[in-house]
Ligand binder design. Structure first.
Ligand SMILES: [Fe+2]
Length: 175
């Protein structure tokens, strides 16, 4: 039940049905992307802090560091592009969903925390990769923005893989 809920929250956080039929500006793309990076920085910091296994703490540390770097890079690029990031009001819902995820994770301990964390991170990165490949790259107007997404994709795939590997090692079922 909780697992399904976490998964659906991730889908809501990243899928873009609210933008169907509506082109995203580069300012909106950067705003949404920065928000989503911030979500995962907070989640990964929680993994680093509360992880029961060495694997989860190490993954949390790496992922929070990587996404902090990405967030810094995208704000620098926005500045170079002369773009002020814009967060569409519809993204308030995504922020509320993220808060729910964090509160749920904070309520878990030990192996239960690790399992929920890994399931969330696998679903999150799967959705993030789909959003970058299927929405953000196609809709980005500035080639520097598209180049940024192409450059970070391997790290996102790497995050997905290390979370999947840890889930396998710790016997966490993922579906
Ligand atoms: Fe990531």
């Amino acid at each position: 039940m909780k697992r399904k809920f976490l998964g659906s929250v991730v889908a809501l956080a990243l899928a873009a049905p609210v933008y169907a039929g509506e082109m995203l500006s580069d300012a909106q793309i950067i705003g949404i992307y920065s928000q989503v990076n911030s979500f995962d920085i907070e989640t990964a910091l929680l993994g680093e802090l509360k992880g029961h296994s060495d694997d989860v703490r190490a993954i949390g540390s790496m992922v929070s560091g990587d996404h902090s770097g990405v967030r810094q890079a995208i704000h620098q690029l926005a500045s170079e592009m002369g773009v002020q990031p814009v967060l569409p009001p519809a993204r308030i819902e995504a922020a509320q969903d993220h808060d729910t995820v964090i509160m749920q994770l904070r309520g878990l301990e030990g192996a239960a925390f690790d399992a929920a964390y890994l399931r969330h991170e696998i679903a999150f990165h799967t959705a993030a990769i789909q959003a970058v490949e299927g929405l953000l790259i196609p809709e980005a107007e500035d080639p520097r923005l598209r180049a940024h997404f192409q450059a970070v994709l391997p790290a996102f795939y790497h995050h997905l893989e290390v979370n999947q590997k840890a889930a396998g090692t710790l016997g966490v079922s993922v579906d």
